[in-house]
Design a protein around this ligand. Structure first.
Ligand code: C5P
Length: 281
């Protein structure tokens, strides 16, 4: 069985404050992209194995796919460690980029293994929510408003289809690290609840750009090159620009200086129907 795990961007991301459980209260709009990883599941007679075409990607308990498999196995009431499946991951979504790759892979694995091992969709969603705050979104897809930890979801009307230039800087940012930077900066300069700058769609952007000025430079370049919207995605480090026409997205992508963006990807948004059709078969 082969399944696709699509990337997301955050069209906006507001961090509204600290919650009693130590997480941050978020208000974000997620949007699916056609860019995807591919997971292949093969029956085997042995203990769970996970391989990946990208040597930089961990293939043990640090990988959310592995943790998803363990959780689904347990939820199915099976004993000891998971077995009987070999999973191969073709990694196309850059890691530590704010594009949701790890969370999307986890949701894809939960859906596929849930079906194999007889775990219903409600339980699958519970497992997803425990694995990470972004995972529940990947059970929906399309344009979705996320509240609470980003996991209380309200599907929105799909926006107009867009071409997306994604600039991936040569460094990654871990989500936990980005939250620490944000907290450190807001102690020094308390947030007012209003966006830092009217043009800044992502509250993480100033905190990440203060440590990695490339991020702000990429947003400026994409805006100058005609993006209708340009922002950092999630907790970074990737920056995206939206374009109505493919040619414009390609031109903007080509113009990005290589010292700012190690990798540039041109993709397009996908709506909920397409997501459902392609990811949730
Ligand atoms: O849920 P996820 O594993 O993606 O989160 C990684 C880390 O980011 C959490 O351990 C937490 O420190 C932080 N986080 C947060 N508030 C959120 C989501 C994540 O503080 N809404």
């Amino acid at each position: 069985m082969r399944v696709r795990a699509f990337a997301k961007i955050n069209l906006s991301l507001r961090v509204l404050g600290m919650r009693p459980d130590g997480y941050h209260e978020l208000r974000t709009v997620f949007q699916s992209l056609a860019l995807h990883d591919t997971l292949t599941f093969e029956r085997s007679r042995e203990a769970l194995s996970l391989t990946c075409d990208d040597p930089a990607c961990p293939v043990d308990g640090r990988n959310l796919v592995w943790r998803a498999a363990v959780q689904v196995w347990r939820a199915a009431g099976k004993r000891r460690g998971p077995r009987g499946v070999r999973i191969h991951l073709v990694k196309r979504i850059p890691m530590q980029a704010g594009l949701g790759g790890g969370s999307s892979d986890a949701a894809a694995a939960i859906r596929a293994l849930g079906r194999w091992w007889g775990v219903n969709e409600a339980r699958q969603r519970e497992i997803g929510a425990r694995l990470g705050a972004d995972v529940p979104y990947f059970f929906e897809g399309g344009t979705v408003l996320g509240l609470d930890r980003g996991d209380l979801l309200f599907p929105l009307l799909d926006g107009p289809p867009s071409w997306v230039a994604v600039a991936v800087p040569p460094f990654g940012v871990s989500t936990a690290e980005a939250f620490r930077w944000l907290d450190a900066d807001s102690i020094r300069r308390p947030r007012t609840g209003r966006p830092t700058r009217a043009s800044c769609l992502n509250d993480f952007e100033p905190a990440v750009a203060a440590r990695h000025p490339e991020v702000a430079a990429l947003v400026r370049r994409l805006r100058r090159d005609g993006a209708s919207v340009a922002a950092m995605s999630g907790s970074g480090s990737a920056v995206f620009g939206l374009f109505a026409r493919r040619a414009d997205a390609l031109r903007a992508a080509q113009n990005l200086p290589r010292r700012l963006a190690g990798r540039v990807i041109v993709s397009r948004t996908i709506d909920r129907d397409a997501y459902r059709r392609l990811a949730c078969k």
